[in-house]
Write a protein that binds this ligand. Sequence first.
Ligand code: NAD
Length: 487
Amino acid sequence: AAERTSLFIFFGGTGDLAYRKLYPSMYNLYKKGTLREHFGVLGTSREKLTDEQFRDQVRKSLGTTKTDKDAEKFISHFVYEAHDVTDKAHYQVLKTRAEELDKKYELNGNRIFYLSLAPSFFGTVAGFLKTEGLTDTKGFDRVVIEKPFGRDFDSAQQLNDALSKSFDEEQIFRIDHYLGKEMIQNIEAVRFGNTLVESLWNNRYIDNIQVTLSEKLGVEERASYYDNSGALRDMVQNHIMQIVSLLAMEQPVSFTDVDIRAEKVKALRSLRVYNVAEASTNFVRGQYGAGDSQRAYRDEDNVPHDSNNDTFVAGKLLFDNYRWSGTPFYIRTGKMLADKFTRVDVVFKKPLIDIFSFPQNHNAPLEANVLTMYIEPHAGFSLRLNAKTNGQGFQTEPINLDYFVDAKDSKATPEPYERLIHDVMKGDGTNFSSWQEVSYAWRFVDQIRKVWDLQQPQFPNYTPGSMGPASADELIQRDHRQWVYRL
Ligand code: NAD
């Protein structure tokens, strides 16, 4: 791979995300040659550490030892500075260290500021980076923002206004790690690379599309964050809206960030924003109760006993445009469900006339064709077709054409964070959320939230290991349809 040159300044450099994801992903880029000689890393956070102590943490996060020469060379590019992000004067210290690294590794003034911190600090840090001169370089300056981007439209807008004082939209990279997943990017390849698919990709041939992000675990140790967020904010506003807009968008003029974003935004603009009545019929929420060896959400550590937080959400989305009018998108996500997976099921319409099930033939009715995109854990596709059963007589049966990425290739699949960090170095915003996308998604989600805040839910309403509350099945059965994945 071509070597890329940049200084990385990680705010929250001793945090969980940096340790589990960011440093190992940087190391993978190093092993592949994207990072080589001309990069530097300045870690900062409140903890007082020496460079050596910081490097010990990085080494641990990579799982390497001091005898690994190549890893040690990589780690030698890391330095550390304790820094309180609210301490304006101290940014001069960061600036000096940044300049040292810039000179030492010949970084051309290219800087990536990675804010892996509590979101309440995003605005503060961005402001000081500019006023204290850290962005004053002859190279590029880019800022990477972790989720969540606001908790509703108003707070997201405030945050964006604060960031915009220091950075232009094309310098801001809002992470949605789902967009870094290999199979999410395959949505575009499959749609726009295949006549067979794209020519049928509309309301004449598609009956409905289903997106499921299912988690097997509960809140774990993130309860204090999660109880103020919930499934709607934590999963629907970002990941699900991103997936849905890739499925719904028109073909971009070219395969570049500007053109792809334009189409995603256009799709989101035609997503129907619900009024109160529509929001209450088209969305349902859930919270898990106790299971065999699992306590109820309300009994988890750091969760109030009367919490009405949603650990599950299912809904129906409608696009008011020529391509999708009449074809709903059903979505669902939740914790403590049957299994951990993400999939998209595209359900085609059945043939208008079924010539095989005349009375003497006793053939079962034809099934709908379904194109399933398996996003994770196993990446692949499956296409369900009707075919003739082998043997005498004439009966039909559904068969599946399957393709799965084999184990060797999936080991070589870049981690989402590896791909995303690489994209930031290239300045490619394709796999990040633009402000417009974020704002349309919040406006949609806020309407649901508003209605929920007025009503008292009947919680808990589903058992661990199920696929959510009965209301999620009723939501789709009411339309004479079924979830393709069901227990
Ligand atoms: P964390 O609590 O583990 O780490 C926070 C870091 O911020 C620490 O290094 C801490 O020292 C530093 N910090 C706190 N206050 C500071 C201050 N005043 N000045 C300087 N440094 C300060 O958090 P995390 O889990 O690594 O998450 C970081 C960001 O990533 C958050 O925005 C979070 O929402 C997001 N995120 C995390 C995960 C994850 O898996 N951990 C997943 C998705 C998004």
